[in-house]
Design a protein around this ligand. Structure first.
Ligand code: FAD
Ligand code: ZN
Length: 468
């Protein structure tokens, strides 16, 4: 093992090969605190050439590689297994904006740029990079691509797959593939970049990307509303979508339990409404026209909804500060849940129309099986994506419940599958769902995935034990 460490030091410099237990610690533990791995070292290359040389060295010495960006994965995808032999390749030093082409509406960035840095660089040329996640200050573009991140504006702009035009990647044999093309039209064969999107580090290391930019929204209207149940929330979504059309940029829902945890654990969180409700929705309309009358439009839509009793109470943000406060409520849901304690998490998607049936069927089946449990549901209703988390109300009984995760997963995922849904909407498979997925994908689909892996990574050195 000393030989490979020497090689790596020669490539990236002593300072960028982290070997001590203390230096490795934060790279080996996942964000949720669920997975604790053990790596040989962490390597922080500074260029694509260094990544290539690092991959060659690891391949020659038979050391598996774990690509890592901001290490915010929710599925244990970015941390090593417990073997002590893996090399974590962190892209954190590769954080340069390489080019901004405003007329072409593209930005070319290194994989280690944080999502927030890319949003800022876009803003500097009066453009929008629309991917938006609560982890945007720490997650990186390489990780966003490798996990095909979604977030709150998928409804309007699509997920990471829809936002990428070109990719540069280092293959498991060390070759560099430069596919950094800023083209909206390019029908010259298989679209290889899409293989790397959602590949969770199993096919190579993404080192740079060309991303799409959009006109900046110059007016926004945001409302926080109380709705009596999930079906009504979807009726409301239908109403807003038909009246606001392309101006609808987010439609998020939060159930009463999620909201209760936010108010309990997030110090600055305050309910904008005077009453409590079983469900809430956050609606955002946006327009690139500064003189747009979105506020009037949203007010008008809400008046119709109040009349129909689809909305029981509502607040329309009157200032930028209020817009941010309402969004902060929604975005603190994951943090609040984390502070409350460990839960069994499900990141699922369903045809939007089937969300209410799913909620009813899942609650019934879970209660029959486990007795009383706390269900915390929130998410991107406009995309049919729910974060559906389970725990016991009594902290002292929670550990025993968490130990029964496989039973809870089976119940939830079988119902998701029976409604034509997916067991991973946006977080990926990682270590968490790599076995589970075998039950829900056809043998043909799994076989194609394994064949692609074999062709690109015959020795299986890229992120073993993840996804497949
Ligand atoms: P990491 O966690 O470092 O890695 C994720 C996966 O990608 C791993 O499998 C890793 O091996 C691989 N990888 C990383 N970099 C590269 C690379 N350069 N080349 C090849 N493979 C690589 N996700 C959503 O989709 N929507 C959300 O709304 C959302 N909200 C979140 C909120 C919070 C508070 C947190 C902590 C996470 C959230 N996530 C969300 C999950 C996570 O932020 C995203 O998946 C993010 O895209 C991961 O980026 P990262 O740089 O942290 O990647
Ligand atoms: Zn999400």
């Amino acid at each position: 093992m000393d030989a490979v460490l020497e090689r790596l030091r020669a490539i990236v410099g002593d300072a960028h090969v982290l070997v001590s237990v203390e230096d490795r610690a934060s790279y080996q533990r996942d964000w949720r605190g669920r997975y604790q791995g053990d790596a040989l070292c962490v390597v922080r290359p500074g260029s694509v050439e260094e990544v290539s040389a690092v991959v060659c060295a690891c391949a020659e010495h038979g050391c598996p590689i774990v690509p890592q960006g901001g290490n915010t994965s929710h599925v244990g995808g970015s941390v090593p297994l417990g073997t002590g032999r893996e090399v974590i390749v962190s892209t954190s030093r590769m954080n340069r904006i390489l080019a901004v082409d405003a007329p072409n509406n593209t930005i070319t960035v290194q994989a280690g740029c944080t999502l927030a840095a890319v949003q800022e660089a876009a803003q500097a040329v009066e453009r929008l990079f629309p991917l938006s996640l609560a982890s945007e200050g720490s997650c990186q573009i390489g990780g966003n691509l490798a996990s095909n991140a979604g977030g709150v504006h998928v409804l309007r702009y699509g997920n990471m797959r829809d936002l990428v035009l070109g990719i540069e990647a280092v293959l498991p044999d060390g070759r560099i593939w430069n596919g950094l093309r800023g083209l909206r039209k390019d029908n010259t064969g298989y679209d290889l970049k899409h293989l790397f999107v959602g590949s969770e580090g199993t096919l190579g290391i993404i080192t740079a990307a060309v991303l799409k930019l959009f006109p900046q929204p110059r007016s926004r209207a945001v409302a926080w509303v109380a709705v009596p149940d999930a079906q009504t929330a979807l009726d409301l979504l239908g109403l807003v979508a038909s009246r606001a059309a392309e101006h609808l940029s987010a439609f998020e829902i939060i159930d009463a339990s999620a909201f209760e945890l936010i108010l309990k654990h997030i110090p600055q969180a305050k309910s904008p409404l005077s009453s409590v409700s079983p469900w809430y929705a956050l609606i955002e309309l946006a327009d690139s026209n500064a003189t747009s009358t979105l506020q009037v439009l949203l007010e008008d839509i809400l008046a119709t909804a109040l009349e129909k009793a689809w909305v029981t109470d509502a607040v329309l943000a009157a200032s930028q500060a209020q817009i941010e406060a309402l969004w902060a409520l929604r975005e603190s849901a994951a943090d609040a849940q984390k502070i409350e304690g460990i839960s069994i998490k499900h990141d699922i998607s369903l045809p939007v129309s089937r969300i209410p049936e799913f909620l009813q069927a899942a609650e019934q089946a879970l209660t029959e099986h486990f007795g009383k449990i706390r269900i915390v549901a929130f998410g991107h209703a406009g995309d049919g994506n729910l974060h559906y988390n389970l725990s016991r109300y009594e902290a002292e009984r929670n550990a025993e419940f968490i130990a029964r995760t496989p039973e809870a997963n089976r119940i939830v995922y079988d119902i998701v599958a029976s409604f034509g849904g997916s067991i991973s909407a946006e977080h990926g498979l990682g270590q968490l769902k790599r076995e589970e997925i075998c039950r829900y994908k056809s043998e043909v689909e799994l076989d194609i995935m394994r064949s692609i892996k074999r062709v690109l990574d015959p020795a299986g050195i890229m992120n073993p034990g993840k996804l497949l």
